[in-house]
Design a protein around this ligand. Structure first.
Ligand SMILES: *Cc1c(COP(=O)(O)O)cnc(C)c1O
Ligand code: SF4
Length: 396
């Protein structure tokens, strides 16, 4: 059955936690303290499948289990195929490692001049400022270090990272990521922003965060004030499915927008979650309504134990083809593969171009109709010049 989005419904409310005071519910520290982190904890609210139980037992060695009460409410507890459930609750597939998979599939450690800093592209760096997240995605690219379940012992060295950026004038763009940078206290964030703003050659600062999706309560007025004060700061949020687009997320995006933070979205293409043209179309259209511009769709990286999430690249191309021309241009993200081993993000596009030679370009439009654009210019004989009337501009 094709996915159909109830476009007028934006989930809101406290769901299973209707009995607690709204002030607790709205507190991001309450949400963090009350995360669901164990089988026993989950089983208070739902029946896990054998597949999920096996996954949970293994999870503690790979990537911690944690789900905020806010996000847990969005999971369909009666449907093991719920796309949000698959992202959050471990399954046995995680224990299956394939020969193509790697712990550090993007070769980040190799491109790391100092711990926590990845300098792959000429003019920008990725600055990993924490290994903690509000909740953990089972397909996480950085599961080797995130949550420290694998004893990677990641200790971000802010000073070393900042000194590296200071001494590299070619770095004009700094991307704060992790983990989730918005889990840092306002004070720590402010310290980082102040230091980065002091570096003259850093002209672009952005934050990659899944906090708006997992913990919209963290987008407090005080945090928004920081962004106003040290802006312009851009943000890439991370939403994979239209069901994640709730009233709370919409409100959080609005607060960020009003603080002058331009918002983009990154999705990971995941089997049984969003590998579907109708799901993706509903997602990108909801994102626009939340003032978020779809930025990237990632082909999933070759992370260990991730094969149960792997989608055929031809499906990704089909999704882009189903969007381009069929919906608002702003809604169409760029589909990329982050080249294994550390080649950077490479765009993967449907083929519209059929032929190009000295005379013409032959291509197809979104409906599959063929068009030609001539590259030649053949001047026609000039017409006799016509006397044009000149407007009288004198002031009377
Ligand atoms: C994704 C990424 C960036 C940012 O890339 P953009 O295409 O500019 O969004 C920078 N550095 C690293 C190492 C990355 O993985
Ligand atoms: S929020 Fe990002 S860094 Fe954290 S677990 Fe999810 S994908 Fe990984």
């Amino acid at each position: 059955m094709p996915y159909s989005d109830d476009r007028d419904t934006w989930f809101e409310g406290q769901g299973l936690w209707a009995h607690i005071p709204a002030s607790d519910w709205q507190s991001w520290t309450w949400q963090l303290k009350n995360r669901l982190t164990s089988i026993e904890h989950l089983e208070q609210y739902m029946t896990l499948t054998a597949d999920e139980k096996a996954g949970c037992l293994f999870a503690s060695h790979k990537l911690s289990l944690a789900i905020t009460p806010y996000f847990f409410n969005l999971i369909d507890r009666n449907d093991p195929d719920c796309p949000l459930r698959k992202q959050m609750i471990p399954r046995e597939g995680e224990t299956q490692v394939s020969s193509e998979e790697m712990l550090d599939s993007l070769g980040e450690d190799e491109h790391s001049p100092v711990p926590g800093l990845v300098h792959r592209y000429p003019d920008r760096v990725l600055f990993l400022v924490t290994d903690r997240c509000a909740a953990y995605c089972r397909y996480c690219t950085r599961s080797r270090l995130v949550s420290n379940a694998q004893d990677y012992n990641f200790h971000p060295e802010y000073e070393q990272g900042l000194r590296y950026i200071e001494s590299h004038p070619e770095v004009r763009d700094v991307l704060l990521s992790g983990g989730d940078p918005l889990l840092l206290s306002d004070k720590k964030l402010e310290h980082l922003l102040v230091r980065l703003r002091e570096i003259k050659h850093v002209e672009f600062i952005r934050i990659g965060s899944r906090i708006p999706t997992f913990l919209p309560q963290r987008i407090t007025p005080a945090l928004c004030d920081l962004f106003k004060k040290y802006g312009a700061i851009w943000m890439s949020i991370h939403v994979n499915h239209p069901k994640e687009c709730t009233q709370e997320l919409k409100n959080a995006c609005e607060r960020l927008s009003y603080a002058g933070v331009p918002l983009g979205n990154q999705s990971v293409l995941l089997k049984g979650v969003n590998d579907d043209t109708d799901v993706m179309k509903a997602l990108v259209q909801r994102l626009l309504r939340m003032r978020v511009r779809p930025y990237y769709i990632y082909q999933m990286d070759l992370i260990t134990g991730g094969s149960h999430f792997k989608v055929d690249v031809r499906k990704g191309i089909e999704i882009i083809r189903a969007l381009r021309g069929h919906t608002t241009g702003y809604a169409v993200p760029q589909y990329v593969i982050d080249a294994p081993g550390g080649g950077g993000k490479v765009p993967i596009n449907p083929e519209y171009l059929e032929e190009i030679n000295d005379k013409e370009v032959v291509f197809r439009n979104f409906e599959g109709k063929q068009f030609r654009y001539p590259l030649t210019t053949t001047p026609l004989p000039k017409k006799a010049e016509i006397e044009m009337p000149v407007e009288d501009l004198r002031i009377h």
